[in-house]
Ligand binder design. Structure first.
Ligand code: GLU
Length: 443
């Protein structure tokens, strides 16, 4: 049976690179009716934190990448590592020096087949003896990883490219122990646009803080992560009739839309590119936008409520539906939407467009008040027509009418266009707010 795993250290928040490695391991296991396991490499007692472990677990669950079986904790397995190290010493494959246990590098070439990179060759002469157990009895990662992969019957070690240089050391350990080698795949790194490594401090790498809390959808992130360093081959193109597998056209390029089930059908780890994959925030935004647009309004409201806290009223519901087409991620809906329910106090000067005067502003607002009740079907396009007529019929500038109406309704310098706000707030509330604005200007 195929068994894969990820083996994060709970010394930091769930990282986008780990999420991407998890996705590939998950897909590979499911493609082969196998299992995907989770192991905590928690031997660094000083740096481990339970909040990091929780973040990794909840992040995996949020993405839908649930692991099989129990989590393996390395901190519970010290005895097993000691036994293996003893066995290596007895076989004279390892020796004690300065209190630590060292592994003796055998001569010869180390060759392995990498699912992505093909044949990889290391010259044994380039390797030096290395420590496998510190003097305090704690195991070094090369050893504990090999022992755990063996004991968990891991058949495929799919991990980040940064581990490629560790692989020959782990292979010589496996050979000394006479254990079967897993198949390796080293996936390319995720890089910034300038090809630099993504940094924990500067770049968006935390699944929880930079993606989940910003209102990205797990489906969009899964889709986006799968396309980092991989695309469907032209010859194998599988085009289901529904939206899955369709192309999302963006300003710059086309992008494929796949859900996790489709990815399990079509993803091919061996076709991953070898070089680093550039993280393109705009492409992710477009992808997230696409998934939001595909949602029904009810589902969107439900998800937004889960994200922002429960807001249930008609005004808010209408606000969500007019904002939806512009929504790339949930955090694009302004955090403070209290002005929808209660008019905000603001500086009366704000009502006056910068190229306008108080008198023209009053003229515009009064004309709106006169015309608003005359609209037969109260909908956005009709309201736009009315506002346009107010401009033309009174020889006003667009700014006199559109700017002042918008401020009268939202009290904000930035908000959706006035006709949309008028529709969202409803006719009565709109009239009230415009009257209120007039009284601000005419105390
Ligand atoms: N703890 C290692 C990491 O987080 C895992 C190494 C491996 O997958 O073998 O990168």
């Amino acid at each position: 049976m195929v068994t894969t795993r990820i083996a994060p250290s709970p010394t930091g928040l769930f990282h986008i690179g780990t999420a991407r490695t998890a996705l590939i391991n998950y897909i590979f296991a499911k493609q082969n009716n196998g299992e995907f396991l989770l192991r905590m490499e928690d031997t660094d007692a000083a740096r481990n934190k339970s909040e990091f472990e929780d973040d990794i677990k909840s992040g995996l669950e949020w993405l839908g990448l649930t692991w099989d079986g129990d989590i393996v904790y390395q901190k519970n397995r010290t005895k097993r590592y000691l036994d293996v190290v003893d066995a290596l010493v007895k076989k004279e494959k390892a020796y004690t020096k300065d209190g630590a246990i060292w592994f003796k590098i055998p001569e010869g070439t180390i060759i392995f087949h990498d699912l992505i990179r093909g044949e990889v060759v290391f010259d044994g002469a380039d390797l030096k003896d290395f420590v496998i157990m510190r003097s305090d009895g704690s195991p070094i990662f090369y050893l504990s990883g090999v022992v755990d992969d063996h004991d968990s019957d891991i058949t495929h070690v799919i991990r980040g490219e940064e581990h490629l240089s560790n692989t020959p050391k782990q292979i010589v350990l496996l050979q000394a122990l006479e254990w079967e080698l897993p198949t390796y795949a080293h996936v390319p790194l995720i890089l910034n646009a300038d090809r630099s490594k993504m940094s924990k401090r500067k770049d968006p790498v935390s699944i929880t803080h930079d993606f989940k809390n910003k209102g990205y959808l797990p489906e969009a992130l899964i889709n986006y992560l799968a396309l980092l360093g991989w695309h469907e081959s032209e010859t194998q193109k599988h085009v289901p009739s529904n939206a899955e597998g369709s192309k999302l056209k963006t300003k710059k390029s086309e992008t494929e839309i796949y859900n996790l089930n489709t990815l399990i059908k079509i993803y091919d780890v061996s076709r991953m590119q070898h070089g680093g994959a550039i993280f393109d925030r705009e492409k992710l935004e477009n992808m997230n936008h696409h998934y939001i647009q595909k949602m029904g309004d009810d589902e969107l409201r439900e998800k937004l409520n889960a994200y922002k806290g429960d807001i249930k009223n008609d005004v808010y519901n209408r606000y969500v539906s007019i904002t939806k087409p512009r929504l790339n991620k949930f955090s694009d809906i302004a955090n403070d939407t209290s002005w929808l329910n209660n008019p905000v106090d603001h500086d009366p000067e704000l009502l006056v467009f910068k190229k306008s005067t108080k008198d023209t502003t009053l003229k515009a607002l009064n004309a709106i008040l006169t015309n608003l009740p005359k609209i037969v079907t109260y909908e956005v396009t009709k309201i736009v027509d009315m506002l346009q007529e107010v401009v033309e019929g009174n020889n006003l500038q667009n700014g006199d009418v559109f700017w002042s109406a918008r401020v009268a309704l939202s009290g904000l310098e930035k908000s959706p266009p006035p006709a949309e706000l008028m529709w969202v707030l409803g006719r009565e509330e709109t009239i009230m707010r415009i009257e209120r604005a007039i009284s601000f200007l005419n105390p």
